[in-house]
Design a binder for this molecule. Structure first.
Ligand code: ABU
Length: 444
């Protein structure tokens, strides 16, 4: 295979050479669209999204004003309204952000703005008591980062313990909220997971919302990963019950909806907060006396200036598949996940499931090499399996036949987290995965 040449030439390269550069580049990239790539929450290659990206790049515009992006701003309005309807918000506001972390940050700063209305002018001086954020101990690290960026600091982001399935324990939340209040702090924000990053767990929204109502806390749902299950009548049940009670929700179509990167949305139950939180009225760009209704200019309600057009690929994909097609794809991926769990359970000697009944497409497991198969499960064995996971990952990468991510979680040593977010994955890809793990790892 031709090696990549990264150097920048002084003289122009001709078209044939440029085409060769493109070909070499594609030869070396990780094939994230391959059905044996199970590594990330964003897998797969959706052809409609790809077509959408070509059109987006061709139009090459910026989303900050209606003046230069009229079609795409109107398109956002339609798609956002539809997504809010699916969530169960009868009105509200939505914005696209560069990824789930920034979407979660939007939720934190909008909540801060609503709970501490003088913050925009006075900054931290406006806070008499110390503000505290609460989040599932299984939440994505972006919540902690948002606490830092928003000026609260890591000590003001409290992790709430979860049960064995990775679901927040509501009684623990309330205990910690009461404790913080008694210490003179001001709890104001709770993140519940709508599909946690590693286990794919869904926190009990109604129970958490009751606590938020009682203590006047902003409830945010991080559905960056699992949000797309809202599209499935079968799988939203029991996972998103009470979702409409949250005041904000992050939902990334670039994950379980297989829209090309990046495509992340954050939805607010009430209208107007985004603008009042973020606007600074830069008159050179958001002239108030334009010839059209300037509420169509979206740029002043975000913290960026330039904003990428991430809507077109989602709109085009949604048009091509219809809402029913999107639902079918979600149900298919959940079905294949159930098949994988059943397969792993049928080989208890070779695989140990860390979450026995996953709620999303995350399948967390250890592979057990032959020589450890007759040993009872113990803390020592877990440590060994954590090391096996690392070695097996290395073999997997060297062979290039399979890609599955791994991580520790709390006190649990390294284990594999297999993700299906590509509807092209079929049951026979799972059969391959299981056989390949055994081929690569049996003698470890
Ligand atoms: N929020 C990005 C998560 C990355 C991953 O776990 O695939």
């Amino acid at each position: 295979m031709k090696l990549m040449d990264f150097s920048l030439p002084d003289e122009p390269r001709n078209l044939a050479e440029i085409l060769q550069d493109c070909e070499t580049t594609l030869k070396h990239v990780v094939r994230t669209g391959h059905p044996h790539f199970f590594n990330q929450l964003s897998n797969g290659l959706d052809t409609m999204s790809l077509a959408g990206e070509f059109i987006t790049a061709t139009a090459n515009t910026n989303m900050f004003t209606y003046e230069i992006a009229p079609v795409f701003i109107l398109m956002e309005k339609f798609v956002f309204r539809k997504m809010r309807e699916i969530i169960g918000y009868t009105r509200g506001d939505t914005i696209m952000a560069p990824g789930g972390s920034i979407s979660n940050l939007y939720a934190v700063i909008v909540a801060r703005h609503c709970m501490f209305p003088d913050y925009k002018k006075q900054g931290m001086r406006s806070m008499v008591k110390e503000p505290i954020i609460f989040t599932s101990e299984h939440s994505h690290y972006s919540i902690m980062k948002a606490a830092v960026v928003a000026g609260f600091g890591t000590e003001h982001c409290v992790n709430v313990p979860c049960d064995q399935r990775g679901k927040m324990i509501p009684e623990e939340l309330e205990r910690l909220v009461v404790k913080a209040k008694e210490a003179g702090s001001q709890p104001f924000f709770v993140t519940a997971m709508g599909g946690s990053t590693v286990f794919g767990a869904f926190d009990p929204i109604n129970d958490i919302a009751d606590i938020c109502d009682k203590h006047n806390l902003w409830l945010h749902i991080d559905g960056a990963w699992g949000g797309s299950l809202l599209l499935s009548k079968k799988y939203r049940q029991g996972r998103f019950d009470g979702v409409e009670r949250a005041r904000s929700l992050t939902w990334n179509p670039h994950k379980l909806l297989t829209t090309s990167l990046q495509c992340s949305t954050v939805h607010f139950k009430e209208k107007g907060h985004l603008a009042s939180c973020n606007s600074t009225h830069a008159a050179y760009l958001f002239q108030p006396d334009k010839h059209y209704d300037v509420r169509y200019d979206t740029g002043d309600k975000v913290i960026q200036c330039g904003r990428r057009n991430d809507i077109y690929k989602l709109w085009l994909k949604w048009r091509a598949h219809g809402t029913s097609g999107l639902e079918k794809a979600i149900d298919h991926m959940m079905g294949v996940t159930e098949y994988m769990v059943a397969c792993l359970k049928s080989h208890p000697d070779k695989f140990y499931l860390i979450v026995e009944e996953p709620e999303c497409t995350n399948v967390c497991f250890w592979y057990i090499p032959e020589r450890y198969r007759n040993q009872p499960h113990s803390a020592e064995k877990q440590e060994i399996l954590g090391k096996v996971t690392l070695q097996l990952k290395r073999r997997m990468m060297e062979k290039g036949t399979l890609m599955i991510s791994y991580q520790p979680q709390g006190k649990i040593p390294n284990f594999f987290r297999n993700i299906i977010s590509n509807p092209a994955v079929q049951k026979d890809d799972i059969d391959f995965l299981i056989d390949e793990l055994d081929r690569l790892g049996r003698d470890l």
